[in-house]
Design a protein around this ligand. Structure first.
Ligand SMILES: [Zn+2]
Length: 203
């Protein structure tokens, strides 16, 4: 039976958010809506930023260096838009200091600008508590889920593990099919996968 709806289907994986970076020619002003930042190693590979999963990582194998990037939810009081802000380890230092003194980043007003008009020049960040009178901030976004959608990763492969530079760090579990030592831990899954592969190969 055909089914018609007035709304597009919702992404079952959750909310997808655009990633924003500090622009070259103007300041980025926003209010942080994440309680903390979340960081991970990334590569700039084939024209886009991708996570580094350390083992079997195509970018590592190709000799590309990695950089640690932090992600946090921000909201603009002028556009009322929510996004994920990507920052380098150096740029997040003032935000980490803010977190140490306020115990949360929610409600932190940030202004980020580049030291020069070059798109890759150093980012200078200033922080202060936002005046939230008359403002209702949106709820904190699920940064890990939004990243997994952007990077096209299964959410089950993402978990928070430890800290890097004082901030929680993302850990990517390798695809067990790529690593025999991990795959052997779950023989049933491996057998099932092999069965599927065999079936695919036969058809
Ligand atoms: Zn890598």
């Amino acid at each position: 039976m055909l089914e018609f709806t007035n709304e597009p289907p919702k992404d079952p994986r959750g909310e997808s958010l655009p990633i924003v970076r500090t622009p070259a020619n103007r300041a980025l002003n926003a209010i942080i809506i994440s309680p903390d930042l979340l960081g991970t190693r990334t590569h700039f590979y084939h024209g886009r930023t991708l996570p580094c999963d350390s083992q079997n990582c195509p970018a590592c194998i190709d000799g590309f260096p990695w950089r640690w990037h932090a992600y946090l939810g921000i909201w603009s009081s002028s556009t009322h838009r929510t996004a994920l802000l990507e920052m380098t380890a150096r740029a997040v230092e003032p935000i980490i200091q803010y977190r140490e003194s306020h115990k949360t980043l929610i409600g932190c007003e940030i202004s980020c600008r580049r030291a020069t008009t070059s798109p890759n020049s150093r980012v200078i960040v200033t922080t202060r508590p936002a005046d939230l009178q008359g403002i209702k901030l949106p709820p904190p976004p699920d940064v890990m889920s939004a990243l997994s959608i952007l990077w096209n990763l299964p959410q089950s492969s993402l978990q928070i593990q430890g800290a890097a530079r004082n901030a929680p760090a993302l850990y990517f579990e390798d695809d067990p099919s790529n690593d025999s030592s991990i795959a052997n831990r779950d023989a049933a899954t491996t057998q099932k996968r092999n069965g599927e592969l065999t079936r695919k190969a036969r058809t």
